[in-house]
Design a protein around this ligand. Structure first.
Ligand SMILES: Nc1nc2c(ncn2[C@@H]2O[C@H](COP(=O)(O)OP(=O)(O)O)[C@@H](O)[C@H]2O)c(=O)[nH]1
Ligand SMILES: [Mg+2]
Length: 320
């Protein structure tokens, strides 16, 4: 498989469930290979069947361990599982300690599981765009559950989390302080809360703290956000957690929320791509030194940002 594959050959292979073309297709998507567009167009048209489950939370909360155990649980239930790790500290994305590598062996060799890490941001949109695209490829390849692991810190990670249909926020007893979760914006994106490492002191207290924080919020949905305890390292509570995901996905389907969420997500993707394309075109059409000159003229206070942006975009009245 060292020869350059034609994209049609690659598409046929991945749609038939072959792993090598799938891996290649994903690399092309990540690296923005010229033929990636053709692959993405085909995959997008065939996507929409897989359920996308986001697992987010602070580093060290046990997300990768939990994702591993969830994958095993879904395999027992007859689902096929793709794992997308957008966590730079994840064993799935190369930051693994020996113990993590051993853990990953739990999944290796199973043809019903495919693990992929996301590293590059690329130019056509951010990490969220690439994650959504990679998920489309897995979806088209027939994986029925896609587990997306992200570190719950920072705006771009929150955006990645929002590419999922349902999202679990994973905390540990020590970080169970609900205030912290709220500050980090995690409260807003959680459909399910998980207190992992519940073998440790303070798990019950953490659960109660989250529950009371949730009760203080205005009720925006009929969905009552569950707070589950797990011990990912032993698998305790993982089956119940999978039940909660499935319940939430049924709820989303029955209330039309799934459709609404997916629409919002598509709108966001479209916006991201249009912005990226317009920006790329703008930079392409700009005279070689025009950008640096504009910045210099701002620094020298010859122009305001408002004036310079108006001049550069040819619309004197640009806002900003
Ligand atoms: N005590 C305990 N340790 C756990 C549990 N889950 C994961 N760990 C350990 O916590 C560390 C971080 O786990 P990892 O899954 O890499 O966390 P991530 O950074 O959120 O992906 C590892 O050493 C795990 O073995 C748990 O439920 N209980
Ligand atoms: Mg991890």
């Amino acid at each position: 498989m060292t020869h350059e594959m034609h994209h049609a050959e690659l598409i046929d292979g991945l749609l038939a469930g072959a792993r090598v073309p799938l891996a290649r297709a994903i690399s092309w998507v990540e690296n923005e290979h010229p033929d990636a567009a053709a692959i993405l167009d085909t995959c997008f048209a065939r996507s929409g069947r897989a359920l996308r489950i986001g697992i987010t939370g602070p580093p060290g909360a046990g997300k990768s361990t939990l994702v591993t155990k969830l994958a095993l649980e879904y395999r027992r239930r007859g689902e096929t599982v793709a794992i997308v790790a957008v966590d730079p500290t994840s064993p799935f994305s190369g930051g693994a300690l020996l113990g993590d590598r051993v853990r990953m062996l739990e999944l290796s060799g199973d043809p019903g599981v495919f693990i992929r890490s996301m590293a590059t941001r690329g130019s056509l949109g951010g990490l969220a765009v690439h994650t959504a695209q990679v998920c489309d490829v897995f979806d088209a390849a027939g994986y029925s559950r896609i587990l997306i692991e992200t570190v719950g810190v920072g705006q771009s990670e929150l955006e990645v989390a929002q590419t999922a249909d349902t999202t679990a926020v994973v905390l540990v007893p020590e970080s169970g302080d609900a205030v912290q979760a709220m500050k980090a914006g995690l409260m807003e994106i959680a459909d399910v809360f998980v207190i992992n490492k519940s073998d440790r002191e303070g798990a019950e207290r953490a659960v109660h703290a989250i529950r009371s924080a949730l009760e203080l919020r205005a009720k925006l949905s009929e969905w009552r956000i569950p707070v589950e305890q797990t011990v990912a390292s032993t698998g305790r509570g993982v089956s119940t957690l999978a039940d909660r995901f499935e319940e939430h996905l049924v709820f989303l389907g029955e209330t039309g929320t799934l459709e609404r969420r997916r629409r919002l997500r598509l709108a966001q993707r479209l916006e991201d791509l249009v912005r990226a394309r317009l920006w790329a075109r703008f930079r392409e059409e700009l005279a070689p030194d025009a950008w640096d000159e504009a910045v210099a003229s701002l620094a020298a206070r010859r122009e305001t940002p408002h004036q310079a942006s108006g001049r550069l975009t040819g619309g004197g009245g640009a806002k900003g």
